[in-house]
Design a protein around this ligand. Sequence first.
Ligand code: SF4
Length: 298
Amino acid sequence: MFFESEGLDHQGYCFRPPSEAYSILFQATLGCSHNKCTFCNAFKYKRFAIKDMGIWEKDMAFAEKYCKRQKRLFVMDGDALIMPMRKWEWLLGNIRQRLPWVERVAVYGNAKGVALKSDEELARLRGMGLSLIYYGIESGHPDVLKDIRKGADPEKLVEQARRLKKAGFALSVTVILGLAGREKEKSYGHAVETGRVLSAVDPDYVGALSLMLAEDAPIYERVRSGELVLPEGVDFVQELGLMFAHTQLSNGWFMANHASNYLTIKAHLPEDREPTMRRIAAALNGRIALRDEWMRAL
Ligand code: SF4
């Protein structure tokens, strides 16, 4: 979800998860250090950088004065977890001292950013107050991960996510329906392998999004040339059903309540498995209407 705002220093289009809508949005970095995922146009026009400390200080002073009602803080942009420890120490130390009412600090992270931190450093970040990591998995299928240039294979995604969990972070992961295209066999593989990876990670939250095509995202060219045929509404729901059926969480939410989805589901696993499978089946049988195309948005 992107926005532009006044007050805190926000450069260019900014993105945050829907659940951070009321958070203090502290833009510590610009862009994404990876910036290669083919479905993502979020930071195409921004070069990755850590913002000047003078701007950090001004933003902290602004938050100290004007953000007293906001109990959550989200550190932007796309993979700010990758910042060096001395930057995190400044940021988390200042949040603790100057914004003591903030109860939750969250950030986007990817496998590369996690791999660059030792277990000890992750534990230190957790101890200093960073508590929730939004972690992009997108797919559990090695071919799909290669195609979308995620920069990590399934094993690396699982390994780094588990390190986050071991350090005590709450983990919210995203997966993207439709990434393998419409072809039955590929869609099946994407759904099943993603369910397998989700089960291995066992996160606190899973957010399933449906692929929406942006003309300036590299994947657009594959679609335009006919190399990748996108699924249609009911195909997305079929894929969602398969992925859900192959996902075992010990105590976590599986949600497909993003505006891009054709069918909304919100299930706490393991107990909501059966009713959710019935809901998906009802949608596939036409007994529950899918969201109209014009209503889908990011
Ligand atoms: S890591 Fe995230 S922000 Fe960066 S290019 Fe990939 S999807 Fe986009």
